[in-house]
Design a binder for this molecule. Structure first.
Ligand code: ADP
Length: 188
């Protein structure tokens, strides 16, 4: 089963994705984590992505689709993947659909984590104090939210037209939200 998690920065995709992946016994694949790791290790991918990411901009579609193709080629990914924040533009949605189709698969469910802007700003500021992520500083957060609204939010309509999107109210405790995800996937 292939499941895509969408939502603005700070919506809790990473936290819920880890819970869901564990429950389903699938690998979780987060482009943000993969890119941050590449930056830390100073690989060619990391060198390419570093300044773009730190400023809060989106990394190019070509880079992302290359990473997706590689990830889906791994043996662990053959039964499906929990995609965490992997699709952020329409060309990425199209590219991922093509890569999955070549494997005889499709995105089986798309979950949208719905939170207010106030909650997002609050969560990202807390995360900055704990993790010290460069792109959680206020200037980069502004750029990320703009990228989200202009490039990623339209992707929801793309999926709405092709099988639908499950909306998860993403305010509450981690357990409450995990329960909503479980129930919503059961009902589909
Ligand atoms: P957030 O959910 O807060 O945006 P992530 O850790 O998922 O944080 O992503 C951090 C950064 O990694 C993004 O701001 C962007 O620069 C880059 N990135 C991650 N996934 C993608 C993607 N699918 N397309 C383009 N850039 C991406």
């Amino acid at each position: 089963m292939d499941i895509l998690l969408m939502g603005p920065p700070g919506a809790g995709k990473g936290t819920q994705g880890a819970i869901l992946a564990e429950r389903l016994g699938l690998p979780k694949f987060a482009t943000g984590d993969l890119l941050r790791d590449a930056v830390k290790r100073g690989t060619p991918l990391g060198l390419q992505a570093k300044s773009v990411m730190e400023a809060g901009h989106l990394v190019s579609d070509d880079i992302i689709l290359g990473v997706v193709r590689e990830e889906l080629g791994r043996a662990q990914a053959r039964r499906g993947v929990v995609f965490d924040g992997v699709v952020r533009t329409i060309p990425q949605a199209e590219g991922v659909a093509k890569i999955l189709a070549d494997l005889g698969r499709k995105m089986d469910a798309v979950l949208f984590f719905d939170v207010t802007d106030d909650a997002i700003l609050d969560r990202l500021e807390k995360r900055r104090q704990i993790d010290g992520r460069a792109d959680d500083d206020p200037a980069a957060v502004k750029v990320r939210l703009k990228a989200y609204r202009e490039q990623t939010a339209p992707v929801l309509a793309w999926y709405e037209q092709r099988g639908g999107v499950i909306h998860i109210p993403a305010v509450g405790t981690v357990e409450d939200i995990a329960d909503r995800v479980r129930e919503a996937l059961k009902r589909r």
